[in-house]
Design a protein. Structure first.
Lengths: 248, 248
């Protein structure tokens, strides 16, 4: 397991062959899509080969022996800190301090043993690094799920296995009324369901959009191939980001 | 001007009449839609009456006289801290510390005068609170725009002015193949353009989605009214969030 200090570095590590697989967050039920990772998926040719959705639960983690009343600062990723605002409102003597990664803040705690400090991360991070959990579920909102993609450097054809598949694509349409409607027709006319659609304005080119779409089916199956060929006729940019089994 | 410690409190202040207008962020070019604010827009009847899009630029702000080499910690909202990672990589002697608000961190700096401290916020915040700017544009990515909505408690009919309008809506569709395609037809068949579309899975009800859609036109104009009446026939939930002039 190799933690990375930025998403860019995750993609670089996979691209260079330093790692064989990578897991990246792609969307969160509270915070929306991680556009930065869509940018990297479009830039690099590293196909999505799996997805999973996890409930995000944060624990207050300390070195064994530290008591709650001794904690003066809590390290974590800024997004995690932001998801625990009510905890910090209830514990005004604990100051949130940004760190590059949630699990990385537990690692730092165990290695550097800063005084009066805690980390905010998953229960699992506490187990991995042999730290102690002081409080569980300190996040404000329990409806906090993050969807992750599993990426590989492997671009070999998929086994055309039966069962359920999903395919993620990104495309741009010409700036013309009804352009999006026509792209939707490529799928609707072939009974392919959409499980995600999102427009993203391209600020460099006003009135142009990038769309992220997830459809049911595998990119190597005929109905999906036909839909994608049809879509290619009416889009200015199209990239298949990968096909994978849907998370349970 | 009344800063609020959470988006929930902004909506409460407007709903209770404590303030007459409110400005909330709704999406960012790097971080996607602020789903929490869509939740509040659906919950409260506080119509959108304007939009604006701002480039987010962060400055390192200090009390007049403080030098860069004296700064040991920088306070800001966790999202802003996260947008200035490269700055912190270049200045390892400065620790990022989370605060509830960017402008609020400048206010805190001016009022409490913590030693060796800076705030990260807009140039404007420095002006408002009489603080000094040490460094401008310390954000990692210049393509960082946030779109804001202006909300009012006013639900009186809009003046049916000519010119450009946009309308934001939220709706759910039944779980049926082609359901989204049919909703798109309501607009495409009336030559109404979409300027945003986004699906959001409802975790409580798997396979059901909430859609956020922005269309061209005012909710009080006939083509939009007809499209919305058509849409109401084929959706399980529909709410018009407001009509407003598009930002330039």
């Amino acid at each position: 397991m190799a933690p990375c200090a930025s998403f860019q570095k995750v993609f670089q590590a996979l691209h260079s062959g330093e790692v064989t697989h990578a897991v990246i967050p792609i969307e969160n039920t509270l915070h929306g899509s991680v556009h930065e990772n869509y940018d990297h998926l479009i830039e690099y040719d590293l196909p999505i080969r799996g997805e999973t959705s996890l409930r995000i639960s944060h624990s207050l983690i300390v070195l064994p022996g530290t008591r709650l009343k001794d904690v003066r600062q809590a390290f974590s990723h800024p997004v995690a800190l932001n998801q625990c605002r009510k905890f910090f409102e209830r514990h005004k003597n604990i100051q949130p301090v940004s760190h590059y990664d949630t699990a990385g803040s537990v690692k730092m705690l165990v290695e550097q043993k800063p005084a009066d400090s805690a980390a905010i991360a998953s229960e699992n991070a506490a187990k991995i690094y042999g730290a102690a959990i002081l409080k569980r579920n300190i996040e404000d909102d329990r409806r906090n799920f993050t969807r992750f993609f599993l990426l590989t450097k492997q671009t070999a054809p998929l086994k055309n296995a039966t069962g359920e598949w999903k395919t993620s694509i990104a495309f741009s349409t010409p700036n013309r009324p009804g352009a999006l409607f026509r792209t939707m027709a490529c799928f609707a006319l072939r009974d392919l369901n959409l499980t995600k659609i999102e427009s993203r304005p391209l600020h460099a080119r006003p009135w142009e959009y990038l769309f992220y779409v997830d459809i049911t089916g595998c990119a190597e199956d005929q109905p999906v191939q036909r839909a994608l060929a049809h879509l290619a006729e009416i889009t200015t940019f199209l990239k298949v980001l990968g096909s994978y089994r849907p998370s349970p």
